[in-house]
Design a protein around this ligand. Structure first.
Ligand code: SF4
Ligand code: SF4
Length: 167
């Protein structure tokens, strides 16, 4: 798998082995719902991933303003898109004292499917750190940084809406 973007390459490497619960397989408890339920569902691709997944067997890329990818519910771990590597977290871009920083949060979109997210389970520190560091790398690349900023704004609005609705 050839990854042209340096930022993406670093993010992939950081999240190659790190998993939400460290050595424990969280998929055993929930039946790997984030994978099995994804047959028919799709994940957003980060800039630079469309080219990769268009060429990989077992994936279907849907083009658009933000390209999406569908899988068949199982994959070679080495070939997971970034959305799966960071799930159920997200490296949110925040502005603090005029400086952009990464704050790792539970992705509000994961709350419906993932028991770790709905129960706000404390995750393995190495995983959380890897998500934060991957976010910092993604901020170094203009395209991935732009995607990260846009998605962060969307997620902030979603969180605000959920608070207003008392969800
Ligand atoms: S849904 Fe959550 S708990 Fe289940 S496998 Fe995915 S990340 Fe782990
Ligand atoms: S690409 Fe792999 S890790 Fe991601 S949802 Fe599909 S089976 Fe799960």
């Amino acid at each position: 798998m050839k990854i042209r973007s340096k930022a993406l390459r670093e993010a992939y490497a950081l999240l190659e082995k790190a998993t939400p619960l460290g050595r424990a397989d969280c998929g055993l408890a929930c039946g790997a719902v984030c994978c099995t339920d994804k047959t028919g569902d799709s994940m957003e691709l980060f800039p630079g991933e469309k080219e990769i997944f268009s060429l990989l067997e077992g994936f279907e890329v849907i083009d658009g303003e933000v390209p999406l990818v569908k899988c068949h519910g199982s994959c070679d771990r080495e070939h997971r898109p970034l959305a799966c590597r960071i799930y159920p977290l997200f490296p949110l871009v925040v502005n603090e004292n005029g400086e952009e920083k990464i704050r790792v949060i539970y992705d509000p979109r994961a709350s419906r499917a993932c028991p770790l997210a709905s129960e706000r389970v404390r995750l393995d520190r190495r995983f959380t750190r890897a998500v934060r560091r991957s976010g910092k790398y993604l901020l170094k690349d203009a395209e991935t940084a732009e995607y990260l900023r846009k998605t962060s704004e969307f997620l902030k609005e979603l969180i605000e809406l959920e608070i207003k609705l008392g969800l």
